[in-house]
Design a protein around this ligand. Structure first.
Ligand code: AMP
Ligand code: GLY
Length: 416
């Protein structure tokens, strides 16, 4: 079985590692991939989506797995093109991937299907947006691709005006509309499902740590760590999330005629009024994937191959009991900027953990160096959260590079 995974980060390294360990021993390919990924997967010699499709056809790829989201909405859409080519794809077609790509589309979907979410208004101009901001604090979201900078939680009118200016006057993110949302409070939770048509399979819940500094301080990042484990969410809360959020979402996709086969990620906030949806993503979370994958037991390759063809077989993937903790090592200057070319030392000494590469490359001497904002994900599992956390930190302590940033409070919980 030949499987190609799209993407190049720690999430894809973790997915490909789990596929490489599958008993069905698939032959793996990656695009665009990375030097570390190419140790377990062959590079697909492509430069864009059309040439990738050409390669997959010529190579006889049996399954395409969308690691990241951008190709799902690029050109005609990765999954749409795969369908035309007769290649099963794990990841939804372009029309369904709007759930992630357009915040207004997602909000309309949520409201239409009665799924709990923050109250909102949508605006196409500065005046409309100003008029829609009534209570403060307010959350302003640019409705389009904004490299992670498109959301502002504004406590004051001045902060809101400054963000509106960036969006509508300076047009920093290009043309686009805006969603104005009620500000919710509570801990965040990431829920992952495999969705196949009208059925779903709930995977291990996780929490990510988005801010750069300890105690959730400083600017948002792509994620500085994650903790995953069944024990993260009480069974009764998981049942509530399933009945009020997951089931109506999967039913809503069917009602709206939106085909879906792929991972669906629910970004939730556990508010005093119950769990509410902050966002949908049409892929696994990063860095949650790095924490969740090592907890899976079974044949991920066979499971995804069958699921992409319409047969969801939850019994093929067992979730190990216990906890998994992922600590991210980020480069100097991140998230405002990122440094590349700093030599990474200590990787061989950290053999007691799984180390996934998020942003590294090999230098001329063949050593790994930094190549991006988030550099490495160091992941360990244990029976208890504390043991998993200690193991991840102990292994990560071997690794360093100039400018390395890491939080010291990953997997401490402010809720349980
Ligand atoms: P999003 O891109 O929609 O996931 O938003 C990015 C981050 O902004 C989320 O992870 C939350 O921390 C925060 N956020 C988004 N929407 C809200 C909201 N309605 N209330 C409070 N915080 C929010
Ligand atoms: N963990 C956040 C994300 O993957 O979007």
């Amino acid at each position: 079985m030949k499987i190609l995974v799209t993407g190049k980060g720690g999430r894809e390294h973790a997915l490909l590692t789990a596929l490489a360990e599958a008993p069905s021993r698939p032959e793996l390919f990656a695009y665009p991939g990375s030097d570390a990924i190419f140790e377990i997967a062959k590079p697909a010699p492509a430069v864009d989506l059309p040439s990738l499709m050409e390669f997959m056809r010529a190579e006889g790829i049996h399954l395409c797995v969308a690691g990241e989201e951008s190709m799902l909405v690029q050109d005609a859409g990765l999954a749409n093109l795969c369908m035309e080519a007769g290649i099963p794809c794990w990841g939804p077609p372009k029309e369904s991937a709007q759930l992630e790509a357009s915040k207004e589309f997602a909000k309309e979907f949520l409201v239409r299907h009665g799924i709990p979410t923050a109250k909102y208004a949508a605006a196409g101009s500065l005046e409309e947006a100003r008029a829609a901001i009534t209570p403060l604090p307010v959350v302003l979201k640019f409705d389009g691709l904004a490299a992670g900078k498109g959301v502002a939680v504004c406590g004051t009118r001045e902060e809101a005006d400054a963000f509106l200016d960036t969006v509508f006057t300076q047009r920093l993110f290009g043309p686009g509309r805006m969603v104005i949302e009620e500000c919710l409070t509570g801990p965040e939770l990431s829920i992952f499902c495999s969705v196949v048509d009208e059925r779903f399979h709930l995977l291990t819940p996780a929490r990510d740590y988005k801010r750069i500094r300890d105690n959730d301080d400083g600017p948002n990042t792509g994620g500085m760590g994650a903790v995953a484990g069944r024990g993260l969410v009480p069974e009764s809360l998981l049942e509530e999330i399933t009945s009020t959020i997951i089931k109506p979402t999967v039913a809503g996709l069917r009602k709206d005629g939106l085909p879906y086969r792929g991972f669906l990620y629910f970004g939730l906030m556990l508010t005093p009024q119950g769990p509410k949806v902050i966002e949908y993503n049409c892929r696994f979370g990063d860095p949650e994937c790095e924490a969740v994958m090592p907890l899976l037991q079974g044949d991920l390759a066979q499971y995804l191959m069958e699921a992409a063809q319409g047969w969801l077989r939850p019994e093929m993937l067992e979730t190990k009991a216990g906890w998994s903790v992922c600590l991210i090592l980020a480069s100097g200057g991140y998230p405002e900027s990122s440094r590349s070319g700093d030599l990474i030392t200590g990787l061989p000494e950290a053999g007691g953990a799984r180390v996934y590469h998020c942003g590294t490359r090999r230098n001329a001497q063949g050593q790994f160096e930094t190549h991006g904002g988030r550099v490495l994900a160091v992941v360990a599992q244990a029976e208890t959260r504390e043991e998993a956390r200690d193991a991840a930190y102990a292994q990560a302590a071997h690794i360093t590079f100039d400018g390395c940033q890491r939080r010291s409070d990953i997997a401490t919980l402010h809720f349980s």
